[in-house]
Structures are given as structure tokens and as C-alpha cells.
Design a protein around this ligand. Structure first.
Ligand code: APR
Length: 338
């Protein structure tokens, strides 16, 4: 999976490089800086002493010494001063410079902490959004395994509005799955009275036109689609959308090796998360998503939080797999992609 979000201590991660949220002296500190220096041992500090410090937004690389990682990429994030002193530009530069440096040194896997979101006080929702955007943009153009290591639940925060919207949607979808049509009609009327318009639209779709009747197609087309396998439908949809293979599997957060397996095996059966990841990459609506999943022997279910969260994003036409994974991670669900 090209981009993963995991809970854990970055100093323990086995990857080619880990990124250190350092200060401009590069001579160690608290937080993740302290954890990395403690785990790497004194030789890391000795090498850092030879670097002559590092400016905010820039990055420098050293050996990993006693760490499982081969390299440490030290980057200096901005100190939050209210958001009008170029903090966002500097924070974006930290991710870009670190990824560029890792790529220059042949790294195939890199782990990041949430830079500046601790002692430097960057608002966590914003820090997360910038991290996901910069890593996502890099992965659309490059092949690498990038991990965002979240040390404590508190430092990981998706936007409050998104969190509330999804929680409400989960509740309504759950109730919908467990009430009679008449009761859900009443609930819809109630919700229309109290919910924000955007949510009402989503609920309207969710409650009543769950999957609009498929458009009429000829018997030959119907039989052809019936016989079509998952990978045949996937490849047909890629062609219909004028996408390249790599655009599709990168948008799905699926690695190249798996995609070539799918392309070369008409009978390939993906996991449910992989099938959904491709539905998201192809920007399928719910009916087409349902059709693609059925080809792999799956269906979206109203009693699975994972499925309901994915359904929320598809109904809201948000097909950014990295943003969907942020939300899935926030709700302790597995992530999309492989
Ligand atoms: N593994 C992964 N993430 C960690 C770890 C760890 N072992 N320890 C802390 N974090 C997380 C924090 O929870 C936070 O979300 O890393 C993120 C960045 O927090 P800080 O380490 O405080 O870094 P930052 O906010 O960029 O401030 C940098 O702190 O440590 C000093 O010398 C450093 O002066 C510099 C400043």
C-alpha cells in the first residue's frame, strides 16, 4: 500500500528512512526528536554536529545507526504563530524536501511523524491535511511506500465537520438498516426538518433511492456484463474513463505489482478493500460500485462501519482515497488500497 497511516513509535519502524521533526540546531530535543536520538545512539548526534544546522522547511540526511531505519531525514517544521507567517508553505516544504532527499538516496520506504503538530503547535487537523496532501501528490508521480506514524490518538484529528457528518451518517445508515420502510420514511421527514441541507440530500439518497434502477440495457449487453469478470470490468472502466493503468492504481492506493497481477488474470479475485479502492479510483457512483463489488463476490453492507464510511464519501463524490483513509483511520477501520 503506497500510503499507510499507522499508530506507533517512528523510532521502531523498519523502513529505509524515518523523518525526524527536528529543530534548526539539529542537536536533539524532546518529542519525536528525542525519541529518535535515544534509539539511534550517540553517533547520530555526532553526525548531526557536522551538518551546521538546518533552516525551517529544509531537510538534511544522516545514517540511522542503532535504528532499524537506514537513514534519518531531519527536517525543521515551522513554529505555529497564527498562520500568517508562511507556516503552511514551510510545512509543505518539509514533506517535499524530505521526500526528494529520500528519493535521491534510493529509499523505497519512508515514515513521517506529523511534523510541527506537537511542541511547535501547528493545529493538528491542518497539519494532518497538509501531510496527506503533500504525500498523496508525491505518490501520484512516484513509486514509494510512505507511512504516516501517528504516535498518540490525540495528535490525529480529521476536521470536526467531517467527523460530525460521518458520525451522523453512520447513525442514520445503521438505523436505516434496522427499521421498517415506514419508520425510515418518518425518520427521513424528521431529518429533513432538522439536518443541514447537504446532509438531507445525502440522507435522501441513502434512505430512498439507495440505488436508482439501472438504466435499461439490451439483453446482449446485460448478458455480456453478466459474464464480465471483476478485472474485465475494471479494465473496461479504465478505458471508458481514458485513464492510464498507473493513474488508476495510484488513485486507488494500490501498488503496481498487484495491479499487473489483476491485469494479467481475468479470473483474479481481489479483497473487498481492493475492489472498493478501485471503485473510488474510477469515481464510480454507488450503483456501479455495487456492480463492480458483485463481480468480486462482495456488496456494500449497512451493518459495516467501513462500508458506510466509504458510501458516505461516494455519495458526497469525494473520491480522494487518502482523505477517505484519514477518516477510516479516525474510526479505527482498515484502510483502502494494498
Ligand atoms: N513516533 C512518532 N510520532 C511521535 C513520537 C514518536 N516516537 N513522539 C512524538 N510524536 C509525534 C507527536 O505526537 C506529534 O504529533 O510527533 C508529532 C510532532 O511532535 P514533536 O516531536 O513535538 O515535533 P514538532 O511539533 O515538530 O516540534 C519540534 O520539538 O522535539 C522538539 O527538537 C524538536 O524543537 C523541536 C520541536
Amino acid at each position: 500500500m503506497p500510503f499507510r497511516i499507522v499508530r506507533g513509535d517512528i523510532s521502531k519502524m523498519e523502513c529505509d528512512a524515518i523523518v525526524n521533526a527536528a529543530n534548526s540546531s539539529l542537536l536533539g530535543g524532546g518529542g519525536v526528536d528525542g525519541a529518535i536520538h535515544r534509539a539511534a545512539g550517540p553517533q547520530l548526534l555526532e553526525e548531526c554536529r557536522t551538518l551546521g544546522g538546518c533552516a525551517p522547511g529544509r531537510a538534511k540526511i544522516t545514517g540511522g545507526y542503532r535504528l532499524p531505519a537506514r537513514y534519518v531525514i531531519h527536517t525543521v517544521g515551522p513554529i505555529w504563530q497564527g498562520g500568517h507567517r508562511g507556516e503552511e508553505i514551510l510545512l509543505r516544504s518539509c514533506y517535499r524536501e524530505s521526500l526528494r532527499l529520500g528519493k535521491e538516496h534510493g529509499c523505497e520506504s519512508i515514515a513521517f511523524p506529523l511534523i510541527s503538530s506537537g511542541i511547535y503547535g501547528y493545529p493538528r487537523e491542518e497539519a494532518l491535511r497538509i501531510a496527506v496532501e503533500e504525500i498523496g501528490a508525491f505518490l501520484l508521480e512516484n513509486d514509494m511506500e510512505v507511512t504516516l506514524a501517528v504516535f498518540d490518538r490525540d495528535s490525529f484529528r480529521i476536521s470536526r465537520k467531517l467527523l460530525t457528518d460521518i458520525e451522523t451518517y453512520i447513525d442514520e445508515a445503521y438505523v436505516e438498516a434496522h427499521t421498517s420502510p415506514r419508520e425510515s420514511a418518518q425518520r427521513f421527514e424528521d431529518a429533513r426538518t432538522f439536518a443541514a441541507p447537504s446532509f438531507t440530500d445525502a440522507l435522501a439518497e441513502a434512505s430512498f433511492a439507495a440505488y436508482p434502477a439501472p438504466k435499461a440495457i439490451s439483453l446482449d449487453d446485460a448478458l455480456r456484463e453478466l459474464d464480465e469478470s471483476f478485472s474485465e470490468m475494471l479494465l473496461r472502466k479504465i478505458d471508458e474513463r481514458g485513464m492510464t493503468d498507473s493513474q488508476c492504481y495510484k488513485k486507488a492506493n494500490v501498488d503496481r505489482k498487484l495491479f499487473s497481477k489483476i491485469r494479467n488474470d481475468a479470473g483474479y479475485h481481489p479483497s473487498k478493500t481492493t475492489a472498493i479502492a478501485f471503485a473510488v479510483a474510477l469515481e464510480l457512483d454507488l450503483r456501479e460500485t455495487d456492480e463492480l463489488l458483485r463481480k468480486a463476490g462482495f456488496a456494500l453492507s449497512r451493518s459495516s462501519k467501513f462500508d458506510i464510511i466509504v458510501e458516505y464519501f461516494i455519495r458526497n463524490r469525494n473520491y480522494n482515497v487518502f482523505e477517505i483513509n484519514e477518516a477510516l483511520f479516525a474510526f479505527d477501520q482498515s484502510l483502502l488500497g494494498v
